[in-house]
Design a protein around this ligand. Structure first.
Ligand code: LHQ
Length: 260
């Protein structure tokens, strides 16, 4: 499949998937979601691929759902959008029997932040930020954010980030264990590829089994958590604060939430 919104490049046994809608900060439109699901499936089943790197083109990693794409920014069913598109991406990353590294080149917001959190490791550019942007548009953290974030940073910090939508900078992300390492933006890809090539030469079968065992040790409830998030998002997405939040984003103004 030739992709319109992704670049896929193999370097030795490492596959690099680059989200490629830089003009929209790599926000997820329907095409990007469909293509990423397909690319993840291919990477999972291709035995020549022994490590996967996910990164973004331009200055952002991914700004989450495309809020200007009128076909999908207010889907008919939020829960269906999550169950059919976002949750399969997250599940695919977690169930892939090979290491997945996010090379977080810039801002990772909303479902883009969730995508980075679902990866096994995060190598982060010094100017990158992680933003639980959902609350800014009256939504609930989704695509696994309610599941991965408290496991990475603890409940108190996770709730603070989710309630405020304040950016988590790279240095703090490293201190909290969200970033495995922080490097200057110019060296992000070379540093990530050094790690990826090392992991791609490691015993992939053992690494895959290690990932399965860790998933089982602390991520066994992921399917029900993804399902529950979808239900919560359906409720939040039907409320007036979501409509106001998206209008405010599009009109570049502060939102006025009623709390209903
Ligand atoms: C964008 C976006 C964007 C479109 C920047 N879409 N254009 C699941 C279920 C169903 C529905 C709803 O959603 C979900 C899951 C989610 O992901 S919800 C969360 C969606 N994402 C957000 O709320 C993040 C929105 N973006 C931002 O808050 C900021 O743009 C960030 C913090 C990412 C970056 O800020 P800046 O560096 O100041 O850049 P900017 O705001 O100036 O954006 C640059 C351009 O990119 C701008 O377009 P323009 O034509 O004015 O240059 C933005 O409108 C566009 N853009 N994010 N998600």
């Amino acid at each position: 499949m030739a992709y319109q919104t992704l670049l896929v490049d193999d370097q030795n046994a490492t596959r690099i998937i680059t989200l490629n809608r830089p003009q929209a900060l790599n926000a997820f439109n329907e095409t990007l979601k469909d293509e990423l699901i397909d690319a993840l499936k291919n990477a999972a089943r291709d035995k020549t691929v022994r490590c996967l790197v996910i990164t973004g083109a331009g200055r952002a990693f991914c700004a989450g759902q495309d809020l200007k794409d009128r076909d999908s920014s207010a889907p008919v069913s939020f829960s269906a959008s999550l169950r059919d598109k976002y949750n399969p991406m997250i599940t695919s990353i977690r169930t892939m029997d090979k290491p997945v590294i996010a090379a977080v080149n810039g801002v990772a917001a909303g479902a883009g932040c969730s995508l980075a959190l679902a990866c096994d490791l995060r190598v982060v550019a010094d100017k990158a930020t992680f933003i639980q942007a959902f609350v800014k548009i009256g939504l609930v953290p989704d695509s696994g954010a309610t599941f991965f974030l408290p496991r990475l940073v603890g409940m108190g910090k996770a709730l603070e980030l989710a309630f405020t939508g304040d950016p988590l900078d790279a240095e703090t992300a490293e201190a909290l264990g969200v970033a495995n390492s922080v490097v200057p933006g110019e060296t992000l890809l070379t540093t990530t590829m050094d790690l990826a090539n090392r992991l791609a030469q490691a015993p992939t079968r053992a690494i895959g089994l290690t990932k399965r065992a860790m998933n089982r040790a602390i991520l066994v409830d992921l399917p029900s958590a993804l399902d529950y998030e979808a239900d919560m998002q359906e409720i939040a997405g039907r409320g007036p604060d979501f409509t106001e939040g998206v209008s405010a984003f599009r009109e570049k103004r502060e939102p006025h939430f009623t709390g209903q």
